[in-house]
Design a protein around this ligand. Structure first.
Ligand code: 13P
Length: 244
């Protein structure tokens, strides 16, 4: 299975920036061994989907509401994402969990809504620096997996240690290897054979300089990239570091 290199653009860029970035990525995507996914802010999804039309580049959202429709001012539903041209969605990102108080239960409801709308969810898990300092990182991630993933689960899991996001502090290869092995074991325990093949991504200060070594680790099926996904050259350099 090709590795997935996903760009989470977070709340960056106006339409012209989004279209230029998407076109730049699409122009460099041909012949790459990895799959590329761009997750722009909601308002740019249609323009980005149009910009990458006819290429292998995939488009996703950064969140969705658990309901299909209703009185939810400011929210976006999974069918709306699909309608705008997305086929993927990031759910349970730590910035959503922290800034919007999202619980594992809510994330699980969103996953169900996403799958029902035909979107592939990327569910994020990861511990804070305090949780790691007190040695609770695997316990925390185990609970997040148990609470956030519905059974059966059809999607991708991204391990993003909160302390490594946007800080330039990448987790060490050892940290990533240990946690990914734990997540694989936990998914097999919770899901049986289905858990053997759920793709796992690493996210948190992935850069061209560290991508090769992180993407070569066992159980790492790709990367979820924040800051470096906003630059065509950096994102493509990360994509070129991916393995098949
Ligand atoms: P950075 O790559 O900027 O650390 O962000 C990671 C992330 O949160 C991707 O979802």
């Amino acid at each position: 299975m090709p590795q997935l290199i996903a760009g989470n653009w977070k709340m960056h860029g106006l339409t012209t920036d989004a279209v230029a970035l998407a076109r730049g990525v699409a122009a460099g995507a041909a012949g790459l061994a990895s799959e590329l996914l761009l997750c722009p802010p909601f308002v740019h999804i249609a323009a980005v989907a149009q910009a990458v039309l006819g290429t292998s580049v995939l488009v996703g959202g950064q969140d969705c509401h658990p309901a299909k429709q209703g009185a939810h001012t400011g929210d976006i539903s999974a069918p709306m994402l699909r309608d705008a041209g997305a086929s993927w969605v990031i759910l349970g990102h730590s910035e959503r969990r922290q800034n919007h108080g999202e619980t594992d239960e809510l994330v699980r409801e969103k996953v169900l809504a996403a799958v029902a709308a035909g979107l592939t969810p990327i569910v994020c898990v990861g511990e804070t620096s305090d949780q790691r300092a007190s040695g609770e990182e695997t316990e925390v991630v185990g609970w997040q997996l148990a609470g956030s993933l519905p059974k059966p689960f059809s999607g991708v899991v991204a391990y993003e240690p909160v302390w490594a996001i946007g800080t330039g502090k990448t987790a060490t290869e050892q940290d990533v290897a240990v946690m990914h092995a734990f997540i694989r074991e936990e998914l097999e325990r919770q899901f049986g054979t289905e858990g053997e093949t759920i793709p796992l991504l690493y996210g948190g200060s992935v850069r061209p300089a560290n991508a090769g070594s992180l993407l070569a680790l066992p159980h790492v099926g790709g990367a979820l990239v924040g800051g470096a996904s906003l630059k065509v050259d950096e994102f493509l350099a990360i994509a070129r570091a991916a393995t098949v």
